[in-house]
Design a protein around this ligand. Structure first.
Ligand SMILES: [Zn+2]
Length: 99
């Protein structure tokens, strides 16, 4: 499985890495720098370190490259006006990466 680095990624201090995968086929979608212990409802594009989707491009929605399930939908956050993907609650699994 090849992962593409996100060239827009910004290192976030105090974050930990979550792996977000497809709930239907378990394909890894993205590695994400999560801050705090709250549940994962969105991913800022600039905090995605790498994934199986090309995050150097802007996508209207994120689809699993294997089974085509819709994982997330793009929107602009308020009030910080950043590009983010709102995750579909039943469409993904997350796993904390140690280290
Ligand atoms: Zn899938």
């Amino acid at each position: 499985m090849t992962l593409r680095k996100n060239p827009c990624c910004v290192k976030v201090r105090g974050s930990h890495i979550l792996e977000v995968s497809c709930a239907r086929c378990d394909r890894l979608i993205a590695r994400y720098q999560k801050v705090g212990g709250s549940s994962l409802v969105k991913m800022y594009r600039e905090r995605i370190t790498e994934g199986s989707i090309d995050f150097s491009q802007s996508h209207g929605a994120l689809f699993c490259p294997d089974c085509g399930a819709r994982i997330a939908t793009r929107y602009i956050t308020k009030p910080d006006r950043k590009e983010a993907y709102r995750l579909t609650p039943s469409a993904f699994h997350k796993r904390k990466v140690c280290g």
